[in-house]
Design a protein around this ligand. Structure first.
Ligand SMILES: Cc1cc2nc3c(=O)[nH]c(=O)nc-3n(C[C@H](O)[C@H](O)[C@H](O)COP(=O)(O)OP(=O)(O)OC[C@H]3O[C@@H](n4cnc5c(N)ncnc54)[C@H](O)[C@@H]3O)c2cc1C
Length: 417
């Protein structure tokens, strides 16, 4: 099968890698000059297969006024005269029920744990250089009530096969001594030993290198924006690009935020909306007191991941941001969070700041599978979990394209018309 993958972010690159191994003749098309340069560029670096509970949860409802009014809240919602925003927000609010949140957690957890297997196979087979580490993840709680709720969620996830441990303050500090400066304020922590971390941009680059060198090499068309999917008799017949039409037997739409606009033009609403976030990357020094495990500061919704001699910090969810421009006030706020959690970080100079748009669906689940167009497939809308879920999503899509039954129930990720 000749297959074109639209998008060279982590989801598109994982898809290209998996389809190539399946024997497809793969071409990757991307608007940018290389792989991983949009939302996959400097994300939180967490491969957090077990930390997948969706944002849409009844617990967010009392927080809405603060999101609407707050200046320095980790989550901010700026209402706009934009029907897409209102539709997304209404669907999001509809998904904020306990039953839906639990069902989504179960479905994402199944995909997350499957993705872990796929990531470990990939790492074992190809040995890609992307500062991969398996140091586990520590969720740190400073508010006792929120820790209590987290313990209930941990029990629920344990019933679904998730390996997590509750730690008291001392056990948390024994595991991660770099937290000593905030030790007195820790109410408790949850440790997941099975979580990994890595540099998503470097993984995309490594996948390109591997695919270019592989027998029957994958072809890459960079600097090639797709302006339309040309359709005829219920099929896609070509992709329109400035250099002319590109043709294949099958087409996979893995364009992150760009998937929404392309699908819209052929009458499909994928319900993908941007949730803007920020990251900082610090170069560490021998004097740095920095974590080894991945850390989540649950109160401020900030994540920390060690990437060799660098520390990646990410956070913020801005609903209603128009683009990925960097707002210096959000960067300062994130820097203040870092200074509070790790006051002895002692980095080498100022961090590198970045902002990106999570391609998010209201219920938090990506779309993986078929469309009403017979040879068009979806792998898009991974929100804040694209790095974590890319490998498993790609394998699931490859199974569906072959007519095989995937290891994870595909119904949960199918496009409903
Ligand atoms: C601050 C922040 C922190 C995050 N932290 C984490 C984390 O710790 N762990 C995690 O798992 N996830 C995290 N995420 C989410 C993760 O980064 C995304 O889910 C993931 O990068 C999405 O990958 P993608 O390939 O779908 O999209 P992208 O990386 O955006 O790639 C899409 C590609 O498609 C191309 N494209 C789009 N439209 C067209 C078109 N018309 N023609 C040609 N090419 C096109 C684009 O150029 C782009 O290269 C974070 C996101 C943010 C913003």
């Amino acid at each position: 099968m000749r297959t074109i993958v639209i998008g060279a972010g982590v989801v598109g690159m994982a898809t290209a890698y998996t389809l190539h191994r399946e024997g497809h003749q793969v071409t990757v098309v991307d608007a940018g000059p290389g792989p991983g340069l949009v939302t996959s560029r400097a994300n939180g670096a967490q491969l957090s297969y077990s930390f997948v509970a969706p944002l849409a949860d009844p617990a967010v409802l009392p927080k809405l006024p603060a999101w609407l009014l707050g200046r320095d809240t980790p989550l901010r919602w700026r209402p706009r005269l934009d029907p897409a925003q209102w539709r997304w927000c209404l669907d999001f609010l509809r998904a904020c029920t306990r039953a839906q949140s639990r069902a989504t957690t179960r479905e994402l957890l199944a995909l997350g744990l499957y993705s872990r297997l796929c990531v470990h196979e990939l790492v074992g087979r190809e040995q890609p250089a992307f500062d991969f580490s398996s140091s586990g993840k520590l969720l740190v709680y400073q508010d006792p009530a929120s820790y209590g709720r987290a313990l209930a969620q941990m029990d629920y996830q344990a019933s679904l096969g998730c390996e997590q441990r509750a730690l008291d303050r001392q056990a948390c500090l024994d595991l991660e001594p770099s937290l000593a400066d905030i030790g007195a304020s820790i109410a408790g922590a949850i440790y997941t030993p099975t979580e990994d971390a890595g540099d998503c941009l470097h993984l995309c680059g490594e996948l390109e290198r591997i695919l270019r060198a592989a027998p029957g090499a994958v072809r890459f068309h960079f600097n090639t924006p797709v302006s339309a999917l040309r359709t005829e008799h219920g099929r896609i017949v070509a992709l329109a690009t400035p250099g002319g039409d590109l043709q294949a037997d099958h087409y996979v739409l893995a364009g992150g935020m760009g998937a929404q606009a392309l699908a819209r033009r052929i009458g499909l609403n994928l319900g993908i909306y941007p949730l803007k976030g920020y990251s900082l990357t610090y170069d560490l020094t021998p004097d740095s007191v920095a974590p080894v495990a991945s850390i989540s500061d649950i109160g401020r919704k900030v994540v920390y991941a060690r990437l060799g001699q660098r520390l990646r910090v990410a956070g913020m969810v801005d609903i209603g941001a128009k683009d990925a421009a960097i707002d210096p006030r959000r960067v300062q706020s994130l820097q203040a969070d870092v200074a509070r959690f790790f006051p002895r970080l002692n980095p080498a100079g100022a961090p590198q700041a970045w902002a990106g748009l999570r391609p998010a669906r209201p219920d938090g689940k990506p779309l993986i599978g078929a469309t009403p167009w017979r040879n068009l497939w979806l792998n898009a809308g991974h929100g804040g979990l694209g790095f974590t879920l890319a490998a498993g999503s790609a394998r699931m899509l490859a199974d569906l394209m072959r007519g095989r039954r995937p290891a994870v129930d595909p119904g949960a990720f199918a496009l409903s018309i």
